[in-house]
Design a protein. Sequence first.
Length: 175
Amino acid sequence: MRKLKNSELQRLTNEGYKTAVKTRIIVILDNIRSLNNIGSVFRTSDAFLIEKIYLCGITAKPPHKDIHKTALGATESVDWEYAEDTLTLIERLKEEKIEIASIEQAKNAIMLNEFTPRKDKKLAVVFGNEVKGVQQEVVSASNYCLEIPQYGTKHSLNISVSCGVVLWDLYQKIQ
């Protein structure tokens, strides 16, 4: 075995990404504080051909050097939009018949490994603040909550790690 060179990876150009068929998944960042987490979510979203990212509330917007540091250019490939209020955005997306799943530990949450997304519907996944999680009003307005099973002593994962786990899992299930 040998490691592949970047030139051997056959990755899309930014223009190719823009015209590629996207995964029917939207990412919503609800008041994310860390610019590095935001950049990481952009990079992960690029990897799984995510349709769009919504940056809500206090979530910083590109261009910013600390977002760029971890996004590595994904802010140029993945479509994004700022929405001041997450709940208002959720209500609008629901009117467009998009299902909303908050990634949160909640009563009656569905374990991610037991969840089967509908292939005929777009799905928006909401990731919450590093300390407070997804706002309760957003959780209440969601169609369901998905929880990442965890088996150790800690009760949470970093938002960028959660995003990677969730997007990989959902991508595998809808392909």
